[in-house]
Design a protein around this ligand. Structure first.
Ligand code: PGA
Length: 250
């Protein structure tokens, strides 16, 4: 595991954009799953800037949607699919045909999860999993408890995740109670993992994920046992003990 600690959120976004841009240049046909949430927004903006300057072509990437709310159709503006389109895919010029979605309104969500898993396997697995860290240690919507073998599935969202999505949906009561998520099995098998973390409110959970016991109660702790993990965190999120064990400062 490699940890890069940056001064602030803007520097974290910049460093992460450097990582992802280099990755895309080296692997223009890569299969990638991009994080949803507030943390990667600055990273996506940085990537779009690099594209505008003509320095990055992401049009050949294959994108696998990380998570979706149950009952929300892709063309609903509240869907994570729609969010991803606006935040990353359109600004990067990635065609819809290159995207494998997790359909929140599938008539048979379980079958949809199986088909999704099969599509990732058929693509040869993921080259890059770009991940945020939930306040409860989740990756994607793999809320605790979730072990390394958890598969792509429909699950009940934890209290922490419901609270976290309340603003996005305009109120806690409006948040769908269930979601589909790519499983830990596919995420951990990705050939490269990039975790972006920002803010003092993530400091304790990042410390637990990197230094605590490997446990289903902190799904991100399985990254300790995974290969090719890079963590880019800002100073506010990086406990001194974490920095001492893994880190280098930018
Ligand atoms: P955040 O969410 O980036 O909005 O903090 C991270 C996550 O829950 O994965």
């Amino acid at each position: 595991m490699r940890l890069i600690v940056t001064k602030d959120y803007a520097a974290m976004s910049d460093a992460a954009a450097d990582y992802v841009a280099d990755f895309i240049r080296t692997n223009p046909d890569a299969s990638l799953t991009p994080a949803t949430g507030s943390t990667p927004v600055g990273l996506y903006e940085e990537l779009a800037l690099r594209r505008q300057r003509g320095r990055l072509d992401a049009s050949r990437l294959r994108i696998f949607q990380l998570d979706e709310y149950l009952g929300i159709a892709a063309d609903d503006s509240r869907s994570l699919y729609g969010w991803l389109q606006r935040a990353l895919l359109q600004p990067m010029g990635i065609p819809t045909d290159n995207v494998v979605s997790l359909p929140g309104n599938a008539p048979d969500p379980l079958a949809a999860c199986h088909a999704y898993h099969a599509a990732v396997v058929a693509a040869g697995g993921l080259d890059l999993a770009l991940l945020g860290l939930g306040p409860n240690g989740h990756l994607g919507y793999n809320d605790p408890p979730a072990d390394a073998n958890s598969t792509t599935r429909l699950l009940k969202l934890s209290e922490s995740s419901l609270q976290g999505a309340a603003n996005y949906f305009g109120g806690y009561d409006r948040v769908p109670r269930q979601a589909l998520t790519m499983g830990m099995d596919l995420l951990l098998a990705a050939r490269h993992k990039l975790l972006v973390v920002s803010g003092a409110h993530k400091r304790e959970i990042l410390r637990q994920a990197l230094l605590g016991p490997v446990t289903p109660d902190v799904p991100a702790s399985y990254l300790q046992q995974a290969a090719n993990v890079t963590v880019i965190a800002d100073e506010a999120a990086a406990d001194p003990a974490v920095l001492a064990k893994f880190g280098s400062s930018l």
